[in-house]
Design a protein around this ligand. Structure first.
Ligand code: SAH
Length: 342
């Protein structure tokens, strides 16, 4: 990790040791970086000469706001940031009764090809570095003036396709000398990369794993999620069972309700059967319509019927409150619309 903001305290310590600095400086530098400073000159308890050396060897970059949209309805703020290399990603700040949650992107674009998702339309560009994920949290907090207590990895990209960088990011935001965000306040969403779910299980983190299931069968899932060809539902659900055994954490299943595709009573019954024996919570999300896609959201009645069926069968299911409906706040839409215009 050669960007200073992607480094652990120990790695910063090694850099500072080379520069002839005492050990206690590592924690100081780490803490400043995680306050979201944009210049070493803000690190007022460091000697001037050290600030100058660090500025030369490890320049800091503050992501630039390309677009900032605030929902008039619920205060949700969506950012489109320009990264150092000119690529852009989006971040959403959502306000809940329990605190402010930031939804971050983990990659520039996405290679997973889900039929309903705007993030994947323009393809995949590259993975984000740990500091580029961290900066989304730090600069959203700084720009909005709102303290962030929760993080969801549900923006553009597939977090488990960027495993090492995401693990480092989690270690950084969780660090007591940094943002100190508890793992229990973090959710990671995956389209279902089975080997990486097993790799994550080995870490035994207390975060919430969200699995984008969206269908009860291969017949349906194959038509909307290409990843299902590589890791079909039986394998995915087995990985979820193993994940629960390893971590003791209930799995949250995401289920985007798509009119006539996955919202029928038969689909609900099949889902109930498939989730038997899994400690699960199902999040029903009325599909956010994406311009380029023929898929339409389910009717309110269909969503209600589906939710009732799951609840009656003893599977807790909630309908996701939709925030930021007036500001393109669904996955990848802001970046998509920005790049279409420019
Ligand atoms: N790649 C990861 C995380 C990013 S997507 C994953 O697939 O889980 C975050 C969530 O939004 C996923 O559950 C995804 O399936 C869902 N999503 C994407 N586009 C959507 C849309 N148009 N309407 C509703 N949910 C959508």
């Amino acid at each position: 990790m050669n960007h200073i903001k992607s480094m652990t305290v120990q790695e910063i310590g090694a850099v500072l040791k080379e520069l002839g600095q005492p050990a206690f400086r590592a924690g100081q530098v780490f803490t400043w970086l995680h306050k979201g400073v944009s210049s070493y000159d803000e690190m007022t308890n460091l000697p001037q000469s050290l600030r100058a050396t660090l500025a030369e060897k490890y320049p800091l970059y503050a992501p630039k706001v390309l677009r900032r949209q605030q929902s008039q309805k619920d205060g949700t703020i969506k950012y489109l940031w320009a990264l150092e290399d000119g690529n852009c990603v989006e971040t959403v700040l959502m306000r809940y009764h329990y605190g402010n949650s930031v939804c971050i992107s983990t990659e520039v674009g996405c290679k997973m090809g889900c039929a309903f998702c705007a993030s994947t339309l323009a393809g995949f560009v590259r993975r984000l570095q740990p500091h580029e994920m961290l900066d989304q949290v730090l600069f959203t907090q700084k720009d909005s003036g709102e303290p962030v207590s929760h993080i969801v990895l549900m923006g553009i990209g597939e977090p488990l396709d960027n495993f090492d960088n995401v693990m480092r990011f989690l270690e950084l935001v969780n660090h007591p000398d940094g943002m100190n965000i508890s793992m229990r306040h973090i959710s990671l969403s995956t389209c279902g990369l089975v080997p990486m779910i097993d790799a994550l299980a080995e870490r035994k983190l207390q975060l919430t794993l969200s699995v984008s299931l969206h269908a009860p069968s291969d017949a349906i899932r194959d038509t909307i999620m290409p990843v299902n060809k590589a890791y079909p539902t039986a394998q995915l659900l087995d990985a979820c069972r193993r994940y629960y055994e390893a971590t003791g954490r209930r799995i949250s299943f995401e289920y985007a309700m798509i009119h006539g595709v996955n919202d029928t009573p038969e689909a609900a019954n099949l889902l109930i059967r498939r989730l038997k024996g899994i400690s699960a919570h199902v999040n029903l999300i009325p599909l956010n319509h994406v311009e380029e896609s023929p898929l339409k959201p389910s009717t309110r009645q269909a969503v209600q019927r589906f939710q009732n069926a799951l609840n009656d069968a003893g599977i807790p299911a909630t309908v996701r409150r939709s925030l930021g409906g007036d500001i393109d706040a669904s996955c990848g839409q802001l970046r998509r619309n920005y790049s279409k215009k420019s």
